[in-house]
Design a protein around this ligand. Structure first.
Ligand SMILES: [Zn+2]
Ligand SMILES: [Zn+2]
Length: 303
């Protein structure tokens, strides 16, 4: 894990960790042929017909469907090539979600991080200054990138209509925070909701897109209509921390009383003071959720 991480943040490393792994396997024991077997020659005379003919009709249609889906995906990529969240140009090489050249510019958070909120710590320690000073209502959280490195990408993702970035971000979240999710074993991913007026104006909720992309890759269901925002708060940039705290009071509500959840991971784009997360956690706890974890796409340095 640590090795992967280091490789990843080296600028211009030019190789994805999984590629490094795949190359590594070639020299592994599996690549060595068994003694006495020459490649390409069928050993047993009793071996049946080619696998294609042995397949049952259902297997054959499944395989055909899979091929069609792959072809469709390839076509979509040609028609609507994905943009890279870093340079905002068409991803190179195609098939990737972030240009290999740009990959190192999104800085993954590395230890030491705060054991409560996951913010990067300037030096070795258990909690950041903020978490030492006040008690949070969530259980624990992690973030993927340093805010400084990801801010322009996140801005375009939220306000520039670049909803396609969710795929790249979701893939990276699953890769680097997958262990965290497996440890937590959440029953659902819950995106921080937008107020319906804001949702109508923007056309999408970026946290919901992130949750979907992450859910697809980790198999954790997304419960997007559980938590709703009932107060239309001003964007962060217009408020000072005190105003924000007051504005967030009773900002959320539970919209589903037919669903009972005990352990959830809340998904948001940026973790700053933790006031949004605390307010969401308070509402969720009020509805019987016992453990509220969170994952944010980025967070600032803990002081
Ligand atoms: Zn790029
Ligand atoms: Zn903290």
């Amino acid at each position: 894990m640590e090795k992967k991480r280091r490789e990843h943040i080296q600028p211009g490393a030019g190789q994805r960790p999984e590629e490094a792994g795949a190359l590594g396997n070639k020299s592994g024991p599996r690549a060595v042929p068994e003694p006495g077997i020459r490649p390409g020659i069928r050993v047993s005379p009793k071996a049946g017909p080619a696998p294609d003919k042995r397949m049952r009709p259902k297997e054959r249609t499944d395989r055909a469907k899979k091929k069609a889906v792959e072809a469709y995906k390839g076509l979509l990529q040609l028609l609507f090539p994905l943009r890279c969240p870093v340079c905002d140009d068409i991803v190179r090489p195609s098939g990737e979600k972030i240009c290999l050249e740009c990959l190192g510019r999104l800085q993954l958070l590395t230890p030491p991080w705060c054991m409560k909120c996951g913010k990067k710590l300037a030096q070795e320690g258990e909690f950041c200054g903020d978490c030492q000073r006040r008690e949070h209502l969530f259980t624990r959280g992690r973030a993927l990138y340093s805010y400084e490195s990801a801010a322009p990408s996140i801005y375009r993702f939220k306000y520039g209509g670049r909803r396609e970035y969710a795929e790249a971000f979701g893939e990276q979240m699953a890769e680097y925070l997958g262990d965290f999710i497996r440890t937590v074993r959440p029953e659902a991913l819950i995106p921080i909701p937008l107020h319906r007026k804001r949702l109508r104006a923007r056309g999408y909720n970026q946290a919901r897109l992130l949750a979907r992309a992450l859910g697809r890759r980790t198999g954790v269901p997304v419960c997007a209509d559980f938590l709703v925002r009932v107060k239309n708060t001003l964007p962060l940039k217009y408020e000072n921390p005190k105003e924000r705290q007051n504005n967030l009071k009773k900002a959320f509500n539970i919209a589903r009383n037919d669903v009972k959840l005990k352990r959830v991971v809340v998904i948001d784009d940026i973790y700053t003071t933790g006031s949004t997360m605390d307010e969401a956690a308070e509402t969720l706890r009020g509805a019987g959720v016992e453990e509220v974890y969170f994952i944010a796409l980025a967070s600032g340095t803990g002081v």
